[in-house]
Design a protein around this ligand. Structure first.
Ligand code: C5P
Length: 230
């Protein structure tokens, strides 16, 4: 059964706690990203954990292996469940992240790799020296590379998850943002899929922000998405 993760894209710890309480028991997993973490730090992670929720700490590490290893260890000590790294950080960096996470055992953090940011197109890739590979080919290559070097899963668009889940070992995690329930506002997302499509194509976790956070009735919105996932 795929899990729903709500992206806690707010600016303060108070707002974060208020949203988590308002959404209630239906959602057990929250994503804390750069905006909220930079503003509020580990305290916001602890506050959401204290409400009994699991945490996806989405800070997309990309640094030398030793630094990433130590940052992942810090995340493990905070008790987070999922963390992200950039696969372009290289083999040694991915292994260092995976090894640091493994120190926390089966309930420790799982490491997810970002392959190619969905904001980048072919020209952007060429600008940084990736020539002769389409974004889709680069996504597939980096996904295999990251998993072969110890990443537990991938962050990917719902349009990619079918191909990737067919190509990668069983047990790989696939986390897909860009999910919109049928008939809801797309916002600035360009390549969206419904919760049912994403799950059918192999997503293990769906990340949904505005369709729940900005809903008049967030509880009903979460229930509707969970229903579509089932
Ligand atoms: O509000 P919405 O459902 O679009 O939020 C999606 C969340 O997933 C946001 O936190 C966004 O930063 C994140 N995300 C994304 N697309 C990616 C990677 C992350 O939408 N390619």
């Amino acid at each position: 059964m795929a899990e729903l993760i709500v992206a806690l894209d707010v600016q303060t710890r108070a707002e974060a706690v208020e949203k988590v309480k308002a959404i209630g028991d239906d959602v057990g997993f929250y994503k804390i990203g750069l905006e909220l973490f930079t503003a509020e730090g580990p305290d916001v992670v602890k506050a959401v954990r204290d409400l009994g929720k699991k945490i996806f700490l989405d800070l997309k590490f990309h640094d030398i292996p030793r630094t990433v290893e130590r940052a992942v260890r810090s995340g493990g000590k905070l008790g987070v469940d999922l963390m992200t790294i950039h696969s372009v950080g290289g083999k040694a960096m991915i292994r260092a992240a995976a090894d640091a996470a493994a120190e926390f055992g089966p309930t420790g953090p799982r490491i997810l790799a970002v392959t190619v940011l969905t904001s980048l197109d072919q020209t952007d890739l060429e600008d940084v020296g990736i020539v002769g590979r389409s974004p889709a080919d680069q996504v597939s290559a980096m996904a295999r590379f990251a998993v072969a070097n110890g990443a537990n899963g991938l962050v990917c668009s719902p349009k990619e998850v079918g191909t990737l889940s067919a190509a990668l070992p069983k047990g790989t995690l696939f986390i897909t943002p860009g999910v919109r329930p049928a008939g809801s506002a797309v916002g600035d997302q360009k390549r969206v899929a419904t919760p049912a499509d994403a799950v059918r194509d192999g997503a293990t976790h769906l990340v949904v922000g505005r369709p729940i956070l900005a809903a008049e009735d967030p509880v009903a919105a979460a229930k509707r998405i969970l229903g579509e996932m089932r």
